[in-house]
Design a protein around this ligand. Structure first.
Ligand code: 7TS
Length: 410
């Protein structure tokens, strides 16, 4: 039976060594989780164990350590398959993160299937990493980018999306959860409509995968990408899910070792998926520790983590509105774990600096979503974003610090 008991946060906090320190003479409060999450001890120790006991190159050496690190690396691939509910383990490709996954699909699927006059649909709330690779592709191919607008609350206008879909639409690439607004997009419906129009769908799961249960088969997306470092795993490792039928038709991304079957100067044949897309020695250590992070999340239970984070979001949303002149940016009905805000008369950059002086880490600026900021008429926002180890007490401390900052800036 599913465990629905509340998480024991104080106990969980003991799993994260980095949280127990002072910054600028104050206990660290880390509210920049949408940028990257902190790592539990099991993940840090997995890296140590790998380099002290198991380090060897994978998929090649005929010795014990090579076999051990290959098995561990491949068992993370299986853990990712389960995490995304993908049908087959060959549909999981290791990448450095979402950025590399988008570039991989744009350079391989895109180069092969996008032609002059084709249309690619994005949305106004995309992260730069889900804009620029498609823009590069569109420039190269003479394709067109179309953009789904949003409401002032930060929700996609689905009627406008429908109106943009046409037989020229070849790809829809959409963020599952906005990093700047916290909006959870109705990706299932978007995928359904895109498929009806004959388009392929890429979902950027950078912010969603840590907070929501992801089922790529139920979603029926063609591609889904996420970054390990936002799911309590190390930096520099992530995953791309792609439907087998697409992956098999796609040319390789990088050329080199491991992605080939046979090489001669006249002709090279390529390895099977997923290895066709993983040229060279990969980020073995971080890939192995990625599994420890996924196991950690699974053991706690995504449903329990989500319940805790929903409580923090509701509590912080209510409390922040006590501050005169504060406006929350992004008030979608379906929203998770991120609160962007602006305060009249206080620049977001100054707020960030003053909070940092009080030991509180937030992110300020355009959050790599400049088109979204332009749409909202803002130069940037202050953003707090929550993880499983944050507490209501930390939000109370944020309130005291913010009030102090606002008084100083007034
Ligand atoms: N897509 C979204 C929605 C993101 O939030 C991010 C990173 C990316 C893509 C890129 O992921 P990467 O792991 O390849 O870098 N977002 C943020 C952020 O909000 N603050 O710092 C990084």
């Amino acid at each position: 039976m599913e465990n629905t008991a509340a998480l024991e946060i104080e106990k969980i906090r003991q799993d994260f060594p980095i949280l127990h320190q002072e910054v600028n003479g104050k206990p660290l409060i880390y509210f920049d989780n949408a940028a990257t999450s902190q790592k539990p001890r099991v993940v840090i120790e997995a890296l140590d164990t790998y380099y002290t006991k198991n380090n060897a190159n994978i998929h090649r050496g005929a010795h014990y350590l090579a076999a051990k690190s290959t098995a561990d690396y491949e068992s993370t691939r299986e853990a990712i398959r389960q995490f995304l509910h993908a049908a087959q383990v060959e549909e999981i490709i290791f990448t450095r993160g979402v950025t590399e996954a988008v570039n991989l699909v744009a350079s391989t699927w895109g180069r092969k299937f996008i032609q002059e006059g084709d249309e690619i649909i994005l949305t106004e709330m995309e992260h730069h990493s889900n804009i620029v690779p498609w823009q590069l592709l569109a420039e190269e191919k003479g394709a067109l980018l179309k953009v789904v607008p949003i409401t002032d609350q930060g929700e996609l206008i689905l009627e406008a999306f429908q109106a943009l879909l046409s037989p020229r639409t070849k790809l829809v690439s959409v963020v599952h959860v906005s990093n700047a607004l916290g909006t959870v997009n109705p990706v299932q419906e978007i995928i359904r409509q895109a498929h009806q129009a004959g388009a392929v769908v890429f979902v950027d799961g950078a912010q969603a995968s840590v907070h929501l249960e992801i089922d790529v088969q139920a979603l029926d997306c063609d591609f889904y990408a996420f970054s390990g470092h936002k799911v309590y795993a190390p930096t520099g490792i992530g995953a791309l899910y792609g439907k087998r039928a697409w992956l098999e038709q796609m040319p390789p991304y990088h050329g080199g070792g491991e992605m080939i079957k046979e090489v001669s100067f006249s002709r090279t044949t390529y390895n099977e998926i997923p290895h066709k897309f993983e040229a060279g020695t990969p980020n073995i250590a971080d890939a192995i520790a990625f599994k420890n992070a996924l196991d950690y999340v699974n053991q706690l239970g995504k449903n329990r983590i989500a319940a805790h984070e929903a409580d923090l979001l509701a509590y912080a949303t209510a409390r922040l509105q006590e501050i005169p002149g504060l406006q929350i940016v992004g008030t979608a009905t379906e929203k998770i774990s991120v609160i962007s805000f602006v305060i009249a008369g206080a620049h977001h950059g100054d707020l960030g600096t003053l909070l940092d002086m009080q030991g509180i880490a937030i992110r300020t600026g355009h959050h790599c979503t400049q088109p979204l900021m332009q749409r909202l008429g803002l130069s940037g926002t202050a953003r707090v974003s929550f993880a499983l180890y944050n507490t209501r007490q930390e939000i109370d401390a944020l309130m005291v610090a913010l009030q102090k900052a606002v008084r100083m800036l007034a």
